[in-house]
Design a binder for this molecule. Structure first.
Ligand SMILES: O=c1ccn([C@@H]2O[C@H](COP(=O)(O)O)[C@@H](O)[C@H]2O)c(=O)[nH]1
Length: 236
């Protein structure tokens, strides 16, 4: 299946339970756009587990957030492209220009079906005070814009940002740059550790390319119904 704005929701399946992840993947694939698997699932079940959940056809976002020296990140991107074949994968944009360029070049070796490289800007669980605590004095939005510009200049296909920065990023980076957006909370749902949030409809209206939604779907009593309600709300 191709990634299109019509298949805009990637469900984050964050669990160590292989069978639960397979069941969620099966029930959600026909409803939302794809699935996102990250550190918790990958560390438990590796590439084979990921293939068991995503199969050959479900769009897959591999969220391992590589952050290392350029040579090591390039190796990680190549290994992911070869053994997992995700549609999109993440690196930390704060790894710097050479690291971003190494990731983009490594992905380009895989031609048309290559994974899109997305730079994580400022984690959606961080606010201005958290940034200050790690030595970044500028507000979150300024830091997101700075890192997105760096990512775009060095060959990344897009960034991970919060819904609060979508409009500013669209103006800065143009219509084709992918904005993949976690920190999505339907009205009334628990924010948990997410600090920079908006609703699914607000994020799509602002110009997101794809939404990443985990607990509001996977933690619902009926995850398929929760996903349908979100997708239906966006379509309406
Ligand atoms: O800045 C970021 C980068 C990645 N994530 C990931 O998205 C999902 C969000 O899950 P929720 O349960 O909807 O909060 C999760 O897998 C994170 O690792 C993010 O939230 N923020």
């Amino acid at each position: 299946m191709r990634l299109t704005p019509q298949n805009a929701v990637f469900t984050a399946i964050d669990t160590t339970d292989l069978n639960a992840a397979i069941a969620l993947g099966k029930s959600l694939a026909p409803i939302s756009g794809g699935i996102k698997l990250g550190k918790e699932f990958f560390t438990s079940h590796g590439p084979q587990g990921i293939m068991a959940v995503a199969g050959e056809t479900t769009p897959l976002f591999l969220d391992l957030k590589f952050h290392d020296i350029p040579n090591t990140v390039a190796g990680g991107v190549r290994a992911a492209a070869k053994f997992i074949k995700p549609n999109m994968l993440t690196i930390h944009a704060s790894g710097g220009p050479a690291m971003i360029r190494a990731a983009a070049d490594a992905s380009a070796e895989f031609g048309e079906g290559r994974p899109l490289i997305l730079g994580v800007t400022v984690l959606t669980s961080m606010d201005d005070a958290d940034l200050k605590a790690v030595g970044v004095e500028s507000p979150a939005e300024d830091q997101v814009l700075r890192l997105a510009e760096l990512a775009q200049k060095n060959g990344a296909d897009g960034v991970i940002c919060s819904p609060r920065e979508i409009q500013a990023l669209r103006n800065l980076c143009g219509p084709d740059f992918k904005l993949v957006v976690p920190g999505i909370r339907p009205l009334g749902s628990d924010h948990g550790d997410q600090k920079r949030v908006k609703t699914p409809v607000e994020a799509m209206t602002d110009g997101a390319s794809y939404l990443v939604i985990g607990r509001p779907i996977t933690g619902a009593p009926d995850p398929a119904a929760a996903a349908s309600a979100i997708v239906g709300g966006i379509a309406a």
